[in-house]
Every structure is written in C-alpha cells, then in structure tokens.
Ligand binder design. Structure first.
Ligand SMILES: C[S@@+](CC[C@H](N)C(=O)[O-])C[C@H]1O[C@@H](n2cnc3c(N)ncnc32)[C@H](O)[C@@H]1O
Length: 214
C-alpha cells in the first residue's frame, strides 16, 4: 500500500499534531527563559518583532506585553485560531496565517515590512533540515540592516524528539550556517529552561544573538 507520509513542510502535518494532542513543545504559557531574557542587558529595549512559527502565540504575546509591535506567523489553522484570539485582545499583536517561507517585505499583506527583531523559538528547529538555507534567506530578507535575530535554539545535540520536529541541531552546524552572514554577538545559556512533555530542556538550548552583517 502506498501510504504517503506527511512532511513538516505542509500545514496538514502540524494540524495532525495539534489535533492529536502531540504538541509536546507547547508550554501553555510564555517561555520562562524568554521572560528572564527580557531582563538581560543585551535584550533590545524596543523595536518591531517578527515571530515566525509562533504556534499558539504565548511568546509573541509576551513580546507584545513588553510594548513591542509584534507580527506572529503560523500556517496551521489550529495554532493560528488560538493566536488570532490573543491578537484580538492586543492592538500591538497581529496574527498572520501564512507560510513563513513566503514572507516578503515588499508584499503588503505578508507583511510588507522588515523588522528590528526576529524571535525564533522552535522555528529553525522545526522546519525540515533540508530547508535550513532557505530559512536563513527568509531571515535575511525580513530583518532590517543592523537588526537582531534572537534564536532560542533547541534541541541542541539531543535526539529525544527523534525523527520528528523540533529537529536536533549541533552547535557546530549553527556556527557554520550563521557565521559570516550574521555576527554571532552572544550565546546565552538560559538558567531556567522549561520542562515540556518530552523532558527537561536544561543543557539542550541556547540563546544566540545574531546581528545582520551589512
Ligand atoms: C514546534 S512548533 C513551535 C511553536 C512555538 N514557537 C512554541 O515554541 O511554542 C512549530 C510551529 O511552526 C509552525 N510552522 C512550521 N512550519 C511553518 C511554515 N513554513 N510557515 C509557518 N508556520 C510554520 C507550525 O505550525 C507550528 O505551530
């Protein structure tokens, strides 16, 4: 029998995970390590934020509560519907139901501008590993000159998620992919990594601050 496997490149794959309650990464609240990072001296005080692959939007909402104008993207309807409800309550949080690979600063609906900050938690790690270059091209397209990509990269060198997203990546691969395109300004080890339904994230996540080289 020819049973076609869904791939994470399409929203139906994610729809299935949300519907079946296999959204193991979802903390049901803002990521504690992000709330801590807000107090870090290197966390930008202001600037517009893009959140690709925002899921239900807990972290996007946290950025908006901090006072930033935020656009949060997800292409999966279940996640998007939730995200949209959060955005209905906040003037400075906008939800966009589109494929992040289509984002274009010149196309007014998706979303027609560049950003000072791109926040990534489980976004780079969730796309198919074969699309990592394409993802970095999207970052370059969407970030302003001198803008900052804040990558909460997880899982690092950890195979607990197995052959499913979020996919593990090594620090070495991150270095090779980003170095020379972005200035890697800082690597921060969070002190209060969360525990999700797969396990404790302590030791398998790092916050990388990536400044666009102009
Ligand atoms: C592992 S979840 C992480 C969600 C959220 N960032 C978090 O940490 O809770 C990955 C999310 O990215 C979304 N996603 C994956 N590929 C996408 C794409 N190409 N365009 C837009 N959203 C995408 C999925 O629908 C899913 O909600």
């Amino acid at each position: 029998m020819n049973k076609r496997k869904l791939t994470p490149n399409i929203p139906q794959y994610w729809e299935m995970l949300y519907e079946q309650g296999k959204d193991d990464w979802d903390l049901g609240k803002a990521t504690p390590a992000l709330l801590d990072f807000f107090k870090h001296p290197n966390c930008p005080k202001d600037g517009d934020v893009l959140v690709p692959g925002a899921g239900r939007g807990w972290d996007a909402e946290a950025w908006a509560k901090r006072g930033h104008d935020v656009i949060a993207i997800d292409f999966c309807s279940s996640a998007f519907d939730f995200l949209e409800k959060l955005s209905d309550k906040m003037n400075n949080l906008k939800a966009l139901n589109t494929d992040m690979f289509l984002l274009n600063p010149s196309d007014k609906n998706i979303p027609g501008k560049k950003f000072d900050i791109i926040y990534d938690y489980f976004s780079f790690n969730s796309i198919h590993p074969g699309r990592r270059d394409e993802y970095i091209e999207m970052l370059l397209r969407m970030i302003k000159n001198n803008g900052l990509v804040i990558g909460f990269f997880c899982p690092l060198n950890d195979e607990r998620y197995g052959d499913n997203p979020p996919y593990s990546i090594s620090r070495e691969e991150l270095e090779v992919r980003f170095n020379g395109i972005f200035n890697i300004e800082n690597k921060i080890v969070p002190e209060n990594s969360a525990t999700d339904r797969v396990g404790d994230r302590t030791g398998i996540e790092e916050i990388w601050l990536l400044r666009k080289i102009i």
